[in-house]
Structure formats: C-alpha cells, structure tokens
Ligand binder design. Structure first.
Ligand code: ADP
Ligand code: ASP
Ligand code: MG
Length: 408
C-alpha cells in the first residue's frame, strides 16, 4: 500500500462535473490499494474573482483581509470534493490549512511554510479516511491566516508530501506534463519525460506557470520527487527530480516566457561607491522584485542603471526612487518603458556546451526581433523583447534548438 499525494489545480476542479471526475480518480487510486491525500486549489477563476471584488473597495486592499478572503476559495473546493467523495461512497474528510497543521511565517499574501504538524492528517489516515486538503493556505503561530502566493497549492502539495512521508507526489493539472515550452504558445512543444529541479526552478521563476517556483525550491530542499501529469487522462507525465549525469547531454531543456515586464533606467548617477546600494535599497524597502539588473558608464562619465520588474510595480518603483534620486544628484533622472517581455532558455547542458547564446540571438535576428537586455546564469540565458513579438520569439528559439524532437 502506497501513500499518494495528488494535487488538483483550479481547472481540474473547475466545474461540478470535474469535481466528480476528481472524486472518481481518488476513488480509483484508493481501490488500487493506496491511501490518498488530495490537495486542491480554488475552482478556476475564483481567486481572481475574489481579488476583483476586494478591489471594488480600493486599489490597495489590506493584505491581512486579502488572506482571509482568498483562503475561502480553497475552502469551497475541499468541501465540494469531499462531498463528491461521499457521494461515491468514499470515507473522506476535508482539511483546512490550520487543521493540516501548516504553520507559516513571512508576510500576508506571501506566507512561507515553516513547519507542518500533521497529527490530524496522520490520525485520519489511520482511521482509513482519504483527506482533501486546502492548498494555498496556512496559519501563523498566532492563528492569522496566510496565503502562499499565486499558484501556492503546488507548494502545499509538496510540503504535505514531505510531512506525511508520501511514497508518491503527483501534480495533476490540465496539461500532460512539463513541455519544452507552454504548448498554448508553441503548438509543437514536446512533453519531457524528466527534468531536474534546477531546470524546473529556472523555468518556473521565468514565467512557466505549470509549477509555482517556490514549490520547486521546497521539493529540491527536502528531496521530494514529484510527477506533473494530467488530471483527465492516464498518460505518463514528467518526473521532476535531482539531476543525473545523462541529463547534461541535452543543451536546452526548455524555453519560457514572461509578459508584462517593464524597464526602469536611471541616468545621471555619480560614479561613486554606495550609489547602487542606495538605489537598490530603496527599491528593496518598497518590496519590489527586480529581475535583470544592468549597470554601465555613459559618455558623460555618469553611471546608468537599468532594471526590469513586473509592470504592476512600476508606480511603486517611481515613488520609491523619487526621494533617493533627489538626495543623490540633481542630474539623476528616471525613464520607464512598459510593454516588454522576457524570453528564457534553460538547460543544465549549458554548463558544458558553448554557442548557446549565439544560436538564440541568431534565431531572434532572423525572425526580425530586436533584443533589449540580456542576462545569464549558469543554466539560463534570458533576453527582453517587445511584448508584441514574444510568441514569435518563443517559436523561433524553440525551432532553432529543435526542441520538438526528442534528443538522440
Ligand atoms: P493548475 O490550475 O493545475 O495549477 P496552471 O494553470 O497553474 O494549472 O498550470 C498549467 C498551465 O501551465 C498549462 O495549461 C500551460 O498553459 C501552462 N504552462 C506554461 N509553461 C508550461 C510548460 N513548459 N509545460 C506545460 N505547461 C506549461
Ligand atoms: N487559488 C490560488 C491561485 O489561483 C492557488 C492555486 O491555484 O494554486 O493562485
Ligand atoms: Mg498552478
């Protein structure tokens, strides 16, 4: 008998029929002789709808209340899935984040799982029940509700799998696995049989929303091997695990895109120690996540810095920079540009193969796509392009690396 954690995302529980389908799948897994802990998301669209309702009362609703509100989405789903299991004759119980013992720290809307006290879950499993756990939520030691960031049910599933020492962790979603690129954008993208934690992490943190990036970090840290597969069929999915030597033979594992990026350029900065610290400090204090960072010296001998960030943070960044730039120099000026997107190529094989950037840049050039900023890490090359061209860019680069074909 195996203990299996199955996570069902928003689309998979999006309608009453789909909820019945989830119940049938849990029942089948049980009938095959396994114990099941299901982790479920809010029905698709519900979280966005709740956010929209909150914004009726102002653009910046307080985050404590957002957590209280958003956690209700998952609470609806756990009750409905559990009722569908009862209808199917399965002994099951719904479990909120608090009942699952998911303890969090950090800020509201971005809670981090610190510990899981699985006593209630273990007891219920011993009583022969299947569990339906609310994804995306936890509580602080003081009893405040936290949510875990968008897509956070993935993190709940991985963390619960570690806490109950599951034999198998399955992320069941609306695609058959992790593809070489989002199949909605690149129709000939290929399903990967396996991918390393590091590659999955880079893809997820560069816009591939199939997994929440923090959930992958957690899986790597605690050695939770998991499989991404469809909730609607039995096709084998993609295994996400620690890298092994054969994986390095593939240069590029996948390509991801991230839209709605903006660039902020600051010119007229004195070329002196401490300036970058002041500027980045102000943006950090405003809790703005910077992505690419570029710094150089302009013709006038002054330094210039460029950063990319999500477009939503642009207003906040401008407000945070105003006082610090006034303090630094009367010549310091900010320019902003929205409407850009980021394309990333990821693969651990890059460590041992050269020429990757050249292939990527040539493919973009041949497609008539201009490259803005460039950044690299050991296993990733990312560029910004005009947002209107991002899908063409993804297809051109996917073709250039022949990602539609299985490696020999
Ligand atoms: P869930 O609701 O199950 O959590 P998500 O919508 O969060 O599902 O993630 C699944 C979606 O991720 C897919 O429908 C697909 O469009 C998108 N996606 C982005 N990049 C990839 C990729 N590389 N492989 C597979 N799916 C991807
Ligand atoms: N319901 C949350 C969201 O939409 C969490 C999740 O689906 O994983 O982000
Ligand atoms: Mg998701």
């Amino acid at each position: 008998m195996a203990l299996i954690v199955q996570k069902y995302g928003g689309t998979s529980v999006g309608t009453i029929d789909r909820i019945r389908n989830v119940a049938a799948r849990i029942k089948r897994t049980r009938d095959e002789g396994n114990q099941v802990v299901a982790v479920v998301s809010a029905m698709s669209g519900i979280t966005d709808k709740l956010i929209g309702m909150a914004k009726e009362f102002g653009d910046t609703p307080r985050e404590r209340e957002m957590d209280v509100l958003l956690a209700t989405g998952e609470q609806q789903s756990i009750a409905l899935v559990t009722l569908a299991l009862h209808e199917a004759g399965v002994e099951a119980v719904s479990v909120t984040g608090r009942q699952a013992g998911i303890l969090t720290t950090g800020s509201h809307t971005r809670g981090r799982i610190e510990d899981i006290r699985p006593d209630f879950m273990c007891r219920s499993l011993e009583e022969g029940k299947s569990l339906v756990v609310a994804g995306f939520q936890g509580v602080t030691p003081e009893g405040m509700i936290h949510t875990l960031g968008r897509g956070g049910s993935d993190l709940t599933a991985i963390a619960v799998a570690a806490a109950v020492k599951a034999d198998v962790c399955q992320i069941l979603t609306d695609v058959d696995g992790v593809y070489t690129c989002d199949p909605r954008i690149v129709p000939n993208a290929r399903k990967l049989p396996e991918i390393s934690y590091d590659e999955m992490l880079e893809l997820a943190s560069s816009g591939a929303k199939v997994m929440q990036s923090r959930s992958v970090e957690f899986a790597k840290k605690y050695g939770v091997v998991f499989e991404v597969r469809s909730s609607l069929n039995d096709n084998p999915g993609t295994l996400v695990l620690e890298e092994h030597p054969a994986m390095e033979n593939v240069v590029i594992r996948g390509v991801s895109i991230e839209r709605s990026q903006a660039r902020v350029t600051i010119t007229g900065i004195p070329d002196e120690p401490g300036m970058s610290g002041k500027i980045l400090g102000a943006l950090g204090d405003a809790e703005i996540n910077l992505d690419m960072i570029l710094s150089n010296i302009a013709h006038d001998g002054m330094a210039r810095h460029s950063f990319t960030m999500h477009t939503n943070d642009l207003g906040k960044a401008q407000a945070a920079l105003k006082p610090v730039l006034a303090e630094i120099s009367p010549l310091a000026k900010v320019e902003t540009e929205a409407g850009i997107a980021k394309l990333s190529c990821v693969g651990i094989g890059m460590r041992s193969h050269s020429g990757v950037a050249a292939t990527m840049f040539k493919a973009l050039g041949a497609a008539g796509i201009n490259i803005g900023m460039i950044s690299t890490s050991e296993i990733k090359i990312a560029v910004t392009v005009e947002e209107t061209r991002i899908e063409d860019a993804a297809r051109a680069v996917h073709d250039a690396f022949h990602l539609d074909q299985a490696p020999a």
